[in-house]
Unconditional design. Structure first.
Length: 385
């Protein structure tokens, strides 16, 4: 659809709107976006603001992808999968009311939604649940204290849960935006992350006194995901929420936590009021399709799809080493495995179709710049029992 056709489509949907007003609105949105958003996307946003949700005769995906949003937009529509629900809270001041929060995702990213007053009721009594897809119409965007964009749903907002014209499969789960613990050193300190893993060790709850003489709580535990371990620090009201969930071996999904550096230099994951925690089944084994360069301590399970090829390799130090290479497959994809030194004996007799478990390997670039799983001294390889 051309630019002119899109404008005409808006005019046909909205008889009371003039072409001049559409073009004026477009120019205003261009200035606000600073040239960062294409005219087609801006026209979709303008169409949504005028109440026209259909272009090309078909239901359009959200007026804007979540990752396209900038502060200061009004009357827009967004669609996303709910990955976190925060209970309503009251506020006092010149006006009284309450608010609640959601985190939603689409293919472009994660977004916080603030639900005001009567809309806050959606966050209780099962009005909106984690996993559902929602469409919010006539919402506006603001910048939060951390400089991130968030969507606000006020009196004019209408909410549709699992819209019939939206395909749920088009919206990912939070897993798409989960950071492996082994990747935390790459995260900017103070940045927000989503992590998942199993509780490995529990600490006790401590109380402390703030500078204003009020008291607070803090609790620590260790989370492991197969690529590493991280100390998780839980603060204040979240301590009570966590205590009922925590036990060694429990699988947890921690959404929107903060990465900080401890006194000793190690990284910690901090849970505060903006963090959502859910219980989930967790496996120590990672999917092959989710592996990234540089991951260490990786555990995988899969089926051998090419027989091991054993050969001698001369290193840059003129050392001759034994190497066995074979391809492994799981339900998500395939990856080559390089077994070095003593690990050659563990794999040289493997047959196509054998299912094996590999623990404590690492991911690197190999032949043809392809990712491969490589062994180290601490790696173990065994047939699945």
């Amino acid at each position: 659809m051309t630019f002119e056709e899109m404008v005409e489509r808006i005019l046909s949907c909205c008889p009371g709107v003039s072409k001049e007003s559409v073009l004026e609105r477009l120019e205003a949105e261009r200035r606000r976006a600073g040239g960062l958003i294409a005219d087609e996307t801006l026209l979709r946003m303008i169409a949504a603001g005028f109440g026209c949700e259909v272009l090309n005769g078909e239901a359009v995906a959200p007026a804007l992808l979540l990752g396209d949003l900038i502060p200061g937009l009004n009357g827009i529509s967004v669609v996303g999968r709910v990955v976190a629900v925060f209970s309503p809270r009251a506020f006092n001041g010149s006006r009284r009311g309450r608010f609640a929060g959601l985190l939603i995702v689409d293919e472009s990213g994660v977004l916080r939604v603030v639900l005001w007053n009567d809309k806050a009721g959606l966050a209780e009594s099962g009005g909106v649940n984690v996993g559902e897809v929602i469409r919010l119409r006539h919402v506006y965007t603001r910048e939060d204290y951390g400089g991130r964009v968030e969507v606000h749903a006020g009196e004019k907002c209408t909410v549709e849960v699992n819209p019939v014209d939206v395909r749920s499969k088009d919206f990912p789960s939070i897993g798409k935006f989960t950071t492996r613990i082994g990747e935390l050193p790459r995260v900017q300190k103070g940045g927000r992350v989503n992590v998942a893993g199993a509780v490995k060790r529990l600490g006790s709850v401590s109380q402390f006194e703030r500078s204003d003489s009020s008291s607070g709580k803090v609790m620590r535990f260790v989370l492991s995901d197969g690529t590493g371990e991280a100390s998780v620090v839980v603060w204040n009201e979240k301590v009570d929420e966590f205590e009922g969930l925590l036990k060694v071996g429990a699988g947890l999904e921690v959404v929107n936590a903060k990465v900080r550096k401890a006194t000793g230099g190690e990284l910690e994951v901090h849970v505060d009021g903006a963090t959502y925690v859910g219980v989930q089944a967790f496996s120590e084994f990672l999917p092959l399709a989710g592996l990234k360069e540089g991951l260490e301590g990786v555990n995988v399970v899969g089926e051998v799809v090419t027989g091991p090829m054993v050969r001698d390799v001369k290193t840059s130090r003129q050392e001759v080493l034994k190497l066995a290479t074979f391809e492994l497959m799981d339900e998500t994809g395939r990856m080559w495995v390089s077994a070095w030194r003593d690990h050659v004996d563990s794999v040289k007799d493997l047959k196509v179709g054998d299912r094996i478990v590999i623990k404590n390997a690492y991911v690197k670039r190999g032949f043809g710049d392809q990712l491969e799983l490589s062994t180290r001294n601490a790696t173990s390889i065994a047939k699945e029992t």
